[in-house]
Design a protein around this ligand. Structure first.
Ligand code: SF4
Length: 206
């Protein structure tokens, strides 16, 4: 079997050495949604910095009414696709509160499956699986899933891993994927979960 319990226990300890993704650890649902939108295709350090600057000006959805798209662009300059994201953030001015269900979140411009799941996990403490490139890659390398894309990974993982791990996997695999199980050449020689890993598709490692 996959020895998932062992893998999660080891990773819980290991990732304490690394920075956790920006959105994890936030309590304010508004900030969770905005940070999750900004973090897509953006380095964590940049997201941290931009969120810090933005949240000094913007405390809730209504505050976007006082800013033009151009002004938002200036505030979030540096994050990936900042021009598109400025337009998406401007549209949030119409909201009263963060939508509480997946379908309504997905209707917001700039919010895809990954962001919607992340908001529900971090903001609403729901048991869900948020799959990004790191979760997709590591789940396949471990041999837990055999999937072509992030959506398939999410569905397969939901069938295979115990629900108590669903909302942890993103935080753990993202941190581990950025530091050890890197995309091109993972650090298998110093990997603490190597004995549980099938290393599927790993051609080059360090
Ligand atoms: S053994 Fe290598 S491929 Fe497997 S999880 Fe560790 S770093 Fe990733």
């Amino acid at each position: 079997m996959y020895k998932m319990r062992e893998v999660f226990e080891i990773l819980e300890k290991e990732v304490k050495k690394f920075k956790i993704p920006v959105v994890d650890g936030m309590n304010d649902k508004f900030k969770v949604l905005v940070s999750a939108m900004l973090s897509a295709r953006t380095k964590d350090e940049v997201t941290f910095e931009v969120c810090d600057k933005l949240f000094k000006k913007v405390k809730d959805f209504r505050d976007f009414r006082d800013l033009s798209v151009k002004e938002i662009e200036k505030l979030i300059y540096g994050v990936g696709f900042y021009k598109n994201k400025s337009r998406y953030l401007k549209k949030l001015e119409e909201l009263e509160k963060v939508p509480e269900d997946f379908e309504r979140l997905m209707k917001l411009d700039g919010v895809g499956r990954k962001t919607a799941n992340l908001v529900l996990i971090v903001g609403f403490k729901e048991d869900r699986i948020c799959v990004d490139v790191h979760v997709h890659r590591i789940s396949n390398r471990l041999g837990w899933v055999k999937s072509e894309n992030e959506y398939e990974t999410e569905i397969e993982l939901m069938k295979k891993i115990d629900k108590k791990y669903w909302n942890k996997i993103n935080k753990l695999f993202v941190a581990y994927g950025k530091n050890i199980c890197k995309p091109v050449s993972p650090f298998c020689s110093k990997c603490k979960i190597r004995e549980y890993c099938k290393r599927v598709g790993v051609v080059r490692s360090r």
